[in-house]
Design a protein around this ligand. Structure first.
Ligand code: SAH
Ligand code: DHB
Ligand code: MG
Length: 216
């Protein structure tokens, strides 16, 4: 059986070929580490995946729930045209402070609006439609965030949800994070406003996955 070390080694090999981490992203990660933030950002290859998805759908407006230090945000914002906009939401002021510094250092502060506070407080005040949403915050609220992403989208909008496998714990794990994502899948059984799939991913972050959906 391959281990997480094998997945990480493969990710490093792939990253050296089709990654794309550069000095700005490395500095963003270094700033997050220096501030003691958890190392739970998307991986380099996942960040580039999000970047490519945003470009492929021609996203001009992107919604992100869960900023942390803004690593995924920078990947996404770089996919926008010059007049594109990204709204990113985070509850933790320490995370938001680091993210704001990272956006300024990346030269992206003018394209990104960082909304501080609980996402469920911010979401009702946002104006639709978004072309793409990336859901990556507290997993307990995943079903509510999916509902908001659908309501703030339009037919054809792309929705991506991170961490939907959690080493397989989503099937039966009794912690709140696993249960929250299980509730998301329970909602998807009858959800007719989107077409969705779920992909398992192995790599630098171990075994996890993402939901990819299109608003009908
Ligand atoms: N998308 C980031 C990682 C986000 S980590 C990246 O890949 O680089 C999850 C983030 O969700 C944390 O920063 C945490 O503070 C935030 N979060 C947790 N609960 C939240 C809530 N209720 N509202 C908004 N953000 C929340
Ligand atoms: C966790 C959150 C994430 O967004 C992630 O990508 C990995 C782990 C967590 O809260 O454990
Ligand atoms: Mg995540």
């Amino acid at each position: 059986m391959p281990s997480n070390a094998d997945f990480a080694a493969m990710d490093a090999w792939l990253g050296a070929r089709v990654g794309g981490d550069d000095a700005i992203l490395e500095a963003a990660t270094a700033r997050a580490e220096a501030a003691g933030l958890p190392a739970i950002a998307v991986s380099e290859l996942q960040g580039k995946f999000l970047h490519l998805l945003a470009k492929l759908v021609g996203a001009r407006r992107i919604l992100e729930i869960g900023t942390l230090a803004g690593y995924s945000t920078i990947w996404l914002a770089r996919a926008l045209p010059a007049d594109g906009r990204l709204d990113t939401l985070d509850i933790d002021p320490r995370h938001a402070d680091v993210a704001a510094a990272n956006f300024a250092a990346a030269g992206l502060a003018d394209r990104i609006t960082l909304h501080r506070g609980p996402a469920l407080d911010t979401l009702p005040g946002l104006a639709d439609p978004y072309d793409m949403a990336f859901i990556d915050a507290d997993k307990q609220n995943n079903a509510a965030y999916l509902d908001w992403a659908i309501r703030l989208g339009r037919p054809g909008s792309l929705i991506v949800v991170d961490n939907v496998v959690r080493r397989g714990e989503v099937i039966a794990g009794d912690d709140a994070k696993a249960a929250g994502t299980r509730a998301l899948f329970d909602a998807l059984i009858t959800e007719r406003r989107i077409e969705a799939t779920a992909l398992q991913l192995a790599g630098a972050k171990g075994w996890d996955g993402m939901v990819i959906a299109r608003v009908v």
